[in-house]
Design a protein around this ligand. Structure first.
Ligand SMILES: [Zn+2]
Length: 541
């Protein structure tokens, strides 16, 4: 997933390949599998792995059609999706049954781990009521049109409003978000409550902790990174963003809706140099320099619930993108990010279906790793030499863009802290979710959240469709900086080159999900995931 963060025109050449569920999965046999020996159990698991991949292909085609606006979202589509989810669940429930009966040693530890985590991930995410609510919430967000004075606003226009020099316009953006929030809040509240109840039914102390572990992250590890980034970025955040500002309680007098404008004011960039029509060709050029031709993928540019979504319908040779139309630097970063997911999927060389990192079953993909690969490429926009070479900027303009990227990252880290903290609290305890959200914002955003600030937490498709995912972006930024340092150490001034691209393809992505994020990072950078490179980057003026 990628996927989101950012935000129409159609360039796709794959329309004919998109009909979802052209070849529906036959109903899986229910009940105890009739396997009698370890050998039969092993063979059955291999069949289930092939069946798993078939469901992933159908699921990917369905999601692509939905996001690309090519799905007739009626009762028939819903019924097909429900049947597909049931088929996926049958695969994992049967595999878990086999492993419990014959012992996990009948397959490699990694495979056993993925089967068990996938089964548990579906217990957590496959709950029919929660899925229904999540779909409903996403549909509300998808169909919502932001309106101001009777006119519909595009994503790009709202982004401009967030950066407006007029504080009243900036304040309006919060109210616009709040309008969507009000539509979403009844469904979102029930969804969060259902997830909390589900954890209790499964005997787990917390839905959040349980799903976090399914997603490959230990609670203690996340807490360590969270605290390191919170502490380590406070001073540069306040020093930079407070420069010349009035203060209240030691903090710059900034409201949450002022942040994007403040970043623009402190680090102006030549936005006109980032023409929307040049974004895709520029992104392709960057990947070509890494030795990767990604120009044959279908890219649909369209306003939808997420920033972007790269869908691997079949790894490695059917990968499609849907991306929100934006303008300027953010659109470049978004496209390069999404194509980074495509780089990973198209360079995966494993034949084992479980290792192909399809994203539809939690536990079968490590999202921090997937996002980290995408950010490894997108974060090349931090590097002045890359900006001069690929965007054609002057040295001065490149330095200005590099500075903007750093400030945006400082702000982005604090937004991640708010989102992680809110999601954790909301899933761990009962309470007034509006209040929990505003408390998290007060504690971690680095801004002054006034008493009349409207809650906006429910207006997020991430919460609905990708619960306990948002920490992945923070971890991905850490990984990207760590990999960038390793690229510099190994390739020096040739960090963007065919050699470097081949190395990334081979070492980082070719074996798919065969290894964990930490194992991959030890192999490529010499150490497990660590915040020190990201902190070093953010602290250096
Ligand atoms: Zn992504």
């Amino acid at each position: 997933m990628h996927r989101r963060e950012l935000i129409a025109a159609l360039l796709t050449g794959l329309a004919s390949a998109c009909a979802p569920n052209a070849d529906p999965v036959a109903p899986a046999p229910r009940g105890t599998p009739r396997v009698k020996s370890r050998g039969e159990a092993r063979a059955r698991l291999a069949e289930l792995a092939a069946r798993y991949e078939q469901t992933m292909r159908e699921h990917g085609a369905y999601e692509w059609a939905r996001y690309a606006g090519k799905l007739d979202e009626g009762a028939e589509a819903k019924r097909k999706m429900a049947a597909l989810r049931a088929a996926e669940r049958d695969v994992f429930v049967e595999a878990r049954g086999i492993l419990r009966r014959f012992g996990e040693a009948i397959v490699s530890p990694r495979r056993a781990d993925m089967w068990m985590r996938g089964a548990f991930g579906l217990d957590l995410l496959g709950d029919p009521r929660a899925s229904e609510l999540a779909d409903e919430l996403e549909a509300v967000i998808n169909s919502h049109r932001y309106e101001l004075d009777g006119r519909v606003l595009t994503s790009a226009e709202i982004l401009d409003m967030r950066r407006s020099d007029d504080p009243r316009v900036r304040r309006r953006t919060r109210q616009l978000d709040h309008q969507l929030h009000l539509k979403c809040v009844p469904i979102a509240t029930e969804l969060v409550a259902r997830r909390r109840a589900l954890a209790r039914e499964l005997g787990k102390p917390s839905y959040w902790a349980a799903l976090l572990e399914v997603r490959g992250v230990k609670v203690a590890t996340l807490e360590r990174h969270f605290n390191a980034l919170d502490r380590g970025t406070r001073r540069p955040f306040f020093q930079t963003l407070a420069a010349g500002r009035a203060r209240a309680f030691g903090r710059p007098l900034l409201f949450p809706w002022d942040l994007d404008h403040r970043v623009k004011e402190l680090a102006p960039i030549p936005e006109a140099r980032f023409a929307a029509e040049a974004a895709l060709p520029t992104a392709y050029r960057l990947y070509r320099a890494f030795g990767a031709d990604l120009e044959n993928l279908g890219v649909t540019i369209r306003d939808f619930a997420f920033g972007g979504q790269t869908i691997a319908v079949q790894v490695p040779d059917d990968v499609r993108l849907v991306v929100r139309p934006l303008s300027g630097l953010k659109f470049y970063a978004l496209l390069i990010h999404e194509l980074g997911h495509a780089f990973a999927a198209t360079r995966t060389r494993t034949n084992e279906p479980l290792y192909k990192a399809y994203e539809w079953i939690p536990g079968l993909v490590d999202p921090a790793f997937a996002e980290g690969v995408a950010e490894t490429f997108s974060r090349m926009l931090d590097v002045p030499a890359v900006l001069t070479r690929f965007v054609g900027l002057s040295a001065d303009d490149a330095a200005a863009v590099a500075r903007r990227r750093k400030l945006e990252t400082l702000v982005g880290i604090r937004r991640s802290l708010v989102a992680i903290s809110f999601e954790r609290s909301s899933l761990e305890r009962d309470g007034n979710l509006d209040q929990i959200a505003l408390d998290a914002e007060r504690r971690f955003s680095g801004t002054i959240v006034p008493r009349d600030a409207e809650p906006v937490w429910a207006a997020s498709a991430m919460l609905a469709t990708y619960p306990v995912y948002v920490q992945s972006y923070m971890l991905a930024a850490m990984m990207a900086l760590q990999v960038r340092a390793a690229l510099s150490a190994r390739f020096g001034t040739e960090s963007v080159s065919e050699k470097a691209g081949a190395w990334l393809a081979e070492r980082l992505v070719s074996d798919g999900a065969r290894w964990t994020l930490d194992e991959k990072l030890v192999a490529t950078t010499g150490s497990v995931l660590d915040s020190s490179e990201l902190l070093r980057y953010l602290i250096t003026p």
